[in-house]
Design a protein around this ligand. Structure first.
Ligand SMILES: [Zn+2]
Ligand SMILES: [Zn+2]
Length: 69
């Protein structure tokens, strides 16, 4: 029996906005005259793999250890 649900972080897409560029896919390097560069973390896609579901879009809720008494 599988007990899973849609990932609450990425809404099941498996992707989240890249933390380094905020989802823009571009980063601004200070000191370089007004130019944006593709984000090295997401290769300019603006998306990152969801940290919770590892890109699967599926979240497995922790199974509570039911203690038997
Ligand atoms: Zn990025
Ligand atoms: Zn996710």
């Amino acid at each position: 029996m599988t007990n899973f649900m849609q990932c609450p972080v990425c809404q099941g897409s498996g992707k989240i906005a890249c933390n380094s560029c905020g989802g823009d896919g571009k980063v601004f390097w200070p000191g370089v005259s007004g130019k944006n560069y593709p984000c090295p973390d997401c290769s300019g896609s603006g998306k990152a793999e969801c940290f919770l579901c590892k890109g699967t879009g599926v979240f497995y809720p922790p199974v509570g250890n039911k203690k038997k008494k």
